[in-house]
Design a protein. Structure first.
Length: 394
């Protein structure tokens, strides 16, 4: 016998007994579970348990809470399989969102409807996109719990997370870029802003550039590392994907500017009594230490505000891509410069530039095709009245 049901005392539900195997001495191993409700509910739960046993996905019940499983996942999986930045992001979501909402529940009692209701609560204070990130973290943790045989199935698979709303993108025109650079001229972060809008590099890629990565003769920049700051520590690491590790061509104006900028840095280092080496950062503080990414972002926001514009530092990357596409550069070239894995990502992000590109392409096609010729019926079909009558609609 695999299982049976018996009614407990009045209004105390039904007790399920499932035989899950035998001990080394031959005695049976039993799993007991109480179901509140009707006998039909108890029968349904018994069938679920027996089905999971037949499929080999039965997980013995544990007393672990959701909080304990989440922290086990962070320690046992994330720290050995994810980057430090990813781990920090996951830990923030677990600590500030998942544990307060679901941490007190037993893992075996976690139901899809419970998760769904908690998402509704989160949507009152967070954006749909943020709640979607919470859902992905919870789903990954529970998927790991299934592999560890803590639970039989992932309840997140039956949950519908909120759909993220479209995020508005702000890009600057060529005229607005000139205004921004004019207001940034006297700021110490002008070299970074000018390089960002000229290359489309990410903030942490710019702050990790070394002089050995800048080839002023070939007018190119190699992205070989990125800067990461978190938990009070700064470190350099390799780009996350092979597409992020790339070579970006510089404009002649940027190459000329960086050549003059390097002369200034060499002069500064001589005053400090140290030589400028190839391993020194291109953009750094006076003492040569990395610039704080948050400080750069806040300083850029102040410059943008003085200029009367609206954009974030990351929007300089979007501006670079938009100006390149509007100038007629092939999307594949722009995609490689940005470090996207496919050109489809580039076209999807910058679809707002596509109408202008289609109009330009139509004008180019117009210069190749001949002019259309329109003829009257008599000239086209001759004087055959019968053919003209056949062409007319009844």
């Amino acid at each position: 016998m695999k299982g049976n049901i018996r009614q407990r005392k009045e209004n105390q539900g039904w007790q399920l007994t499932v035989y899950t195997g035998r001990k080394p001495d031959g005695r049976p191993i039993r799993h007991y579970e109480t179901v509140r409700g009707s006998e039909a509910d108890a029968q349904r739960r018994l069938r679920e348990l027996l089905t999971s046993m037949d499929k080999g996905v039965y997980a013995p019940p544990t007393r672990y809470t959701v909080k304990e499983i989440l922290y086990q996942w962070l320690e046992g999986y994330c720290k050995t399989n994810c980057s430090m930045q990813t781990c920090d992001g996951y830990e923030f979501i677990v600590r500030h969102h998942l544990v307060p909402l679901l941490g007190h529940l037993l893992l075996k009692d976690l139901q899809p409807r419970t998760i769904q209701s908690r998402y509704s609560t989160l949507c009152e204070t967070l954006s749909n996109r943020s709640v979607l990130h919470v859902h992905r973290v919870l789903s990954q943790a529970l998927k790991w719990a299934v592999r560890q045989n803590y639970i039989g199935r992932n309840p997140c698979e039956l949950v519908d997370p909120p759909s993220p709303r479209g995020r508005s993108m702000c890009t600057l025109s060529a005229f607005e870029v000139s205004i921004l650079l004019k207001y940034a001229q006297e700021d110490c972060y002008y070299p970074i802003i000018y390089t960002a809008v000229s290359t489309g590099l990410r903030r942490n890629e710019l702050l990790a550039l070394r002089w050995r990565d800048v080839d002023l003769d070939m007018c190119s920049i190699s992205v070989a590392q990125t800067l990461y700051k978190g938990r009070g520590r700064v470190e350099f690491k390799e780009p996350k994907t092979k597409y992020s590790r790339r070579r970006v061509a510089m404009t002649p104006k940027l190459a000329l500017y960086l050549r003059e900028y390097r002369v200034e840095r060499e002069s500064l280092y001589r005053h400090l009594g140290v030589p400028l080496t190839l391993d020194d950062l291109v953009f750094s503080n006076i003492d040569g230490k990395p610039i704080d990414p948050s400080t750069l972002t806040h300083s850029c926001a102040k410059i943008v505000k003085r200029a009367g514009l609206i954009c974030r530092f990351h929007d300089l990357r979007h501006t670079y891509a938009s100006l390149m596409l509007a100038a007629g550069v092939h999307p594949k070239i722009v995609s490689e410069a940005l470090g996207h894995s496919t050109v489809a990502i580039t076209l999807d992000i910058y679809s707002h530039v596509t109408p202008g590109l289609q109009e330009a392409a139509a004008k180019q096609l117009d210069s190749v095709l001949p002019v259309g010729v329109t003829k009257r019926y008599g000239e086209r079909y001759g004087d055959n009245d019968r053919e003209i009558q056949l062409c007319k609609r009844p």
